[in-house]
Each structure stands twice: as C-alpha cells, then as structure tokens.
Ligand binder design. Sequence first.
Ligand code: UFG
Length: 331
Amino acid sequence: MTVLVLGGAGYIGSHAVDQLVEKGYDVAVVDNLVTGHRQAVHPKARFYEGDIRDKSFLQSVFAKEKVEGILHFAAFSLVGESVEKPLKYFNNNIYGMQVLLEVMEEYGVKNIVFSSTAATYGEPEETPITETTPQKPTNPYGESKLTMEKMMKWCHEAYGMNFVALRYFNVAGAKENSSIGEDHDPETHLVPIILQVALGQRDSLKIFGTDYPTPDGTCIRDYVQVVDLIAAHILALEYLKNGGESTAFNLGSNTGYSVKEMLEAARKVTGKVIPAEVAPRRAGDPSILVASADKAKAILGWQPQHTDVEDIIQTAWNWHVSHPKGYNDKK
Ligand code: UFG
C-alpha cells in the first residue's frame, strides 16, 4: 500500500516524502513543478509530473497506485499574492481539492492529511490560538484553506472520507543533513530572507513595522521546525489508519518570537552582523500568532525535537550555506 504525496517536490512536501521513505513507507509523488523542485524528491519515491486539477491525469495515478492515504501539500501559499490574485488561489487550491476529492471518492480512498494554516484564523481573538478559536480569515489564501477544510468535512459526512487538517504556524528549517531545504523564488519568508542577508545575497533585512502592540513593536510568530512538522503528518496518517476521528490540529510550539528576536537569534547562530532597517508594515500581517499545540501532543503524541529557535535557525543556516543558490547548485 502506498502513501500518495501531492506537492511532494515543494519545501514541506519534500521533507514529508523523505521522512516517509526513511520510515519504510512506499511513496508516490505528484507535483506540477510550478514551485517545486524535481531534485528535492527522494529517489526512492515514484514521481508523477502533473497537475491535480487535471482529472484524467490524477485518475491515471490512482489507477496505477494502490493508495492507502494521501498527504496533500499541493497549493499556492503566499498571503500577499493571494490578495492581488484571489482567483489564482481559488482555482489552484479550492478547485484542486474538488478534483482530488472526486478522484478519492471514485477510487475509494478514505484517508487524507491536509496542510492547513494559521491563516484560517485571521486576526485571532485570543492567544495562544486553539483549534476552537474562531476561523475568520483575512485574506484569500486563508479563505481558500478554510474552504478546503470544509470540503473535507462535508465529504467525511457524505462519503465517510476521513481527514486530519494540520494548521501550520511558521514553518522553518531544513533536514538535519541539509540534503533538502527551503528554496522559494521569490522568497518572502522571514528566516530564509535573514539568512540570505547573512550570506551577502541581500543588503539588509527590512523589518515590516515596529509599531505593533508587542513588547519590541515587531510581529510575533510561532516557529516550527519542518522535520518536526512532518513527524506530525505521519502520526496523523497512522491515527486515521487506526480509526481516529476526523479533526484539526494546530502545529506550533506554544512560544512566540518577534521579528527582532529572530534577527538576534540568527546573528548568534551565523556569527554575522546581518544589517536590518525599519520598513513600513506589510499589509495583512496580524501582530501575534502563537499556537497552542496541546491537542496534537495529547491526541497524536506529537513531540517536537527542535524546541529552541536557534536550533531551528541552525538547520536552515546549514542548508543555505551548503546550497547558496538553492537547488540550482545541484542541477
Ligand atoms: N517579515 C519581515 N521582513 C521580511 C519578511 C517577513 O519583517 O522580509 C516579518 C513579517 O512581517 C511577519 C514575520 O516576519 O511579521 C513572519 O513573516 P513570514 O512571511 O515569514 O510568515 P507569515 O507569518 O507572514 O506567514 C506564514 C506562512 C503563511 C501562513 C501564515 C499564517 O508563510 O503561509 O504564516 O499566518 F499563511
């Protein structure tokens, strides 16, 4: 029986494929390589290049593979871009989920672990955020992921499909041996941008806003290491296989770090000056996003190993130093 990883050539998906293969699962990957990298996919996984919205393509994969469960990472995920181009997000994310659920139903595949996001909560009413905090997205990306969660819920009720929605907070870092890591173009995320400055690839970090209602005025986020994040996916898959109830889990660390604290931590890890300048707020950034991950710990038995933010940054730094041009270095 096979685990099918959709979006398995992306940053997070490639870490999932890697960990599944290392744990002895039989793995097949679908990716359209729009944002993913073929080199990121573990050589022991079978790779199908194509788009999940292409129903006949997806059916052909399900016809070839005996799929016992799905990890679904195939989506666009940039908040700012989603505000500019909502239809791009609704088409890829929501319509992609529609086709996937149709094909799952057709082939009798019951279990799906889904990449959801803290962005489904919007500007939260409470901190830390729990799974019952109201979901009120403030951008089309978050809206698309919330809609995808709801689609799975209705298919659960109608067709008996089982799902776990994993709501990620800020994912960072790389596999410990640096064989895979984060390579986005354009890069918009804080940790890789700070490290690109440390490498001299950018002049300075722009700190987006220093007038937020936080102790140092910069936004606070909850950082989770990508290898730990993926461990939760495998636990969720096993939970579903063992008859676990369909539900959602936050994946974070219960601890928040400000942009300035992340910069300081990166200076310590890299030993570099890392110039920074104050810039205007970025539209749509909530001031504080911190997860309560107690539910994932209690029900899935999730135990993140990288609880120190310097340790998370260290794994990212090792990847950036060894792959200064990302996967292009290895082409
Ligand atoms: N930031 C800067 N300068 C930069 C980049 C980021 O100051 O050059 C700040 C942002 O303003 C924010 C923090 O660093 O306060 C983190 O920003 P990221 O872009 O790294 O991450 P986000 O919190 O915006 O987004 C992440 C995921 C999204 C997800 C969101 C949930 O990348 O996919 O969390 O809110 F939707």
